[in-house]
Write a protein that binds this ligand. Structure first.
Ligand SMILES: NC(=O)c1ccc[n+]([C@@H]2O[C@H](COP(=O)([O-])OP(=O)(O)OC[C@H]3O[C@@H](n4cnc5c(N)ncnc54)[C@H](OP(=O)(O)O)[C@@H]3O)[C@@H](O)[C@H]2O)c1
Length: 253
């Protein structure tokens, strides 16, 4: 039996990935900290779609959380067909005024744990035909973000890492994509203190639209969600970095 492992599956984009993949008949391994949410989602998906769903309550802001996931996959001999590195969070504010612990936790969740999970699970994924990795980056990956300096930097890392891996793994049958959503209606904005920013007040995509597009375009190196975001990224390519970073800072206010 093959599984798709989704991190950050207790809410938002990750939960939506779980629901959409369940519709496709995929068996799932759901990872996040909030165990009750994962269990409720698992019961719902097993009952509705007749698939197998495993849950793992793990905190990916620590290496222990990653080890827990790796050990569970190995000891249960779960064969993976997909890995969706989606868990992540942001934190708005001036870098020097924000909690340094929260910034370092963000690097751990958004970057270090994503890299570790990918590294440990690649051999497993290579054993299945047409397997895939989707790393959730952001349109934040394309420029610096004053007012959210660390978050933007983590997403730039995810984009660069995923693009390189896309090429490295091409011949092995594992496709790698960086998914780059713009503002999306989830719990993210409240968690990141962004609800009242120009960015979120100017409109957000639904998680369903983001995820359906990501799954349709599975295998592409970079998937930017929605026409408006694609246009913004494209225009950014022709603008000086001074302009794009100041625009990002303005949108964050
Ligand atoms: N929403 C947006 O506007 C937007 C735009 C671009 C990119 N993104 C990216 O999309 C991804 C998903 O975000 P979302 O919008 O769906 O936000 P969300 O609704 O807040 O969901 C975040 C998910 O990440 C999990 N998570 C957070 N910290 C974790 C930790 N320490 N250990 C394990 N899991 C953790 C949460 O689960 P628990 O709290 O249960 O642990 C939750 O399931 C993130 O990588 C985010 O950066 C979001």
């Amino acid at each position: 039996m093959n599984y798709v492992l989704v991190t950050g599956a207790s809410a938002g984009i990750g939960e939506t990935f779980a629901r959409e993949l369940a519709k496709e008949g995929e068996n799932l391994i759901l990872v996040a900290r909030r165990e009750e949410r994962l269990s409720a989602l698992a019961s719902d998906l097993m009952q509705t779609f007749g698939i197998s769903v495993e849950t793992l309550a793990a905190d990916l802001s620590s290496p222990d959380g990653v080890n827990q996931v790796i050990k569970a996959v190995a000891s249960n001999q779960w064969q993976l067909r997909g890995l969706i590195n989606n868990a992540g969070f942001g934190d708005r504010g001036q870098f020097h005024e924000l909690s340094v612990k929260r910034q370092l936790d963000m690097i751990q969740v958004n970057v270090t744990s994503l890299v570790a999970l990918t590294h440990y699970l690649i051999d497993n994924l290579r054993k299945t035909d047409n397997s895939f990795i989707i790393n959730v980056a952001s349109t934040a990956a394309f420029q610096a973000g004053p007012g959210m300096a660390i978050y933007y930097a983590t997403k730039a890392f995810v984009l660069s890492f995923s693009e390189a891996l896309h090429e490295e793994l091409k011949a092995s049958g594992v496709s790698v994509s960086a998914l780059c959503p713009g503002a999306t209606s989830t719990e993210f904005a409240a968690e990141a203190n962004m609800t009242n920013t120009r960015l979120f007040k100017s409109g957000a995509m639904s998680a369903e639209d983001v995820v359906r597009e990501a799954l349709t375009k599975r295998g592409q190196a970079i998937v930017i969600s929605g026409l408006r975001n694609r246009l913004m990224v494209w225009l950014g390519k022709f603008s000086p970095r001074l302009v794009t970073r100041r625009l990002a800072g303005w949108l964050q206010a």
